[in-house]
Design a protein around this ligand. Structure first.
Ligand SMILES: C[S@@+](CC[C@H](N)C(=O)[O-])C[C@H]1O[C@@H](n2cnc3c(N)ncnc32)[C@H](O)[C@@H]1O
Length: 264
């Protein structure tokens, strides 16, 4: 499962906060994608099944923070606190991203938008595939001028307007995309970035070299190595990588990665 799943194998060592850890720097060079187990969906039919199953799963989940976080609502404040630190650091980057418009991807009921992105951006758009969650967004985040467009769409189909976003935030959702769709999604995101914009992902990672499939919600948890290979394949480079600290024991390691296009 995307968020609340517990790691099936031992957690990997902790990386230092907000640094390009040397042990991580070359990790992608050690393996090639073919050496890693990838999600093998060999036909469009299997892809459709993968997405349909996830849709059905989320349609059964109540539109609450506890529902969205699979019964782990208590981790939300810590999660937001670390993300806030990350954003403060992002705004010290040179060149600095703008603060006009952000996009919250796989937004659920708008938890990240309300508690994080509204504090940093003038306007936030949200993409979320589940219609019930989309309906709940204005109620949860409140009617504010900061609330932009709500797109009821899967990320595999979403195409951001060119040059629109200073930040594209994806959290606990990318495991719902196949590898190929993830790479294509990131490529479209690159086109959707405003000048000096950044893409941020905050996702669970598997501790082993295996992709872990969750049949219940139809998602995968990828090893960090695979994530990093896909980032490169999409034409992105990592600006910062940071591990989320202080999460309950037994959860998958969570990484925040800040990315910019390889070519400007
Ligand atoms: C674990 S929740 C995380 C929600 C939010 N990012 C947060 O951190 O509070 C995963 C969300 O991803 C959405 N989702 C699942 N598959 C998706 C897809 N293909 N495209 C867009 N959103 C998707 C689900 O409906 C759900 O709202």
């Amino acid at each position: 499962m995307d968020f609340p799943s517990r790691a099936k194998s031992k957690n990997i060592d902790r990386e230092s906060c907000f640094s390009e850890d040397p042990t991580l720097n070359d990790i992608v060079n050690e393996v090639t994608a073919s050496q890693l187990s990838k999600l093998n969906l060999n036909s469009d039919h299997q892809d459709e099944e993968f997405y349909e199953k996830a849709k059905k799963y989320w349609a059964t989940v109540p539109p609450t923070i506890d529902g969205i976080l699979g019964g782990f609502a208590e981790v939300s404040p810590r999660d937001i606190q670390s993300s806030t630190q990350l954003l403060n650091n992002i705004f010290r980057l040179k060149p600095r991203p703008g603060r006009h418009r952000a996009l919250d991807c796989g937004a659920g009921i708008g938890r990240v938008t309300k508690h994080l992105l509204f504090r940093f951006f003038e306007k936030v758009d949200l993409v979320e595939q589940c219609p019930q969650f989309c309906a709940q967004i204005p109620k949860y985040v409140g009617t504010t001028e900061k609330l932009g467009e709500i797109y009821t769409q899967g990320l595999q189909d979403f195409n951001p307007e060119e040059g629109k976003y200073d930040m594209i935030w994806t959290q606990w959702v990318l495991g719902h995309l196949t590898d190929d769709d993830l790479v294509e999604f990131w490529r479209r995101c690159i086109r959707g970035l405003a000048k000096n914009g950044v893409i941020v992902m905050k996702e669970n990672t598997a501790s082993s070299n295996e992709v872990e499939l969750d049949n219940e919600d139809s998602s995968v948890t990828r090893p960090l190595r695979l994530v990093r290979l896909l980032i490169r394949e999409a034409g992105l480079r990592e600006i910062r990588i940071q591990r989320q600290e202080n999460m309950p024991k037994g959860l998958f390691p969570i990484y925040m990665i800040v990315m910019r296009p390889t070519v400007h």
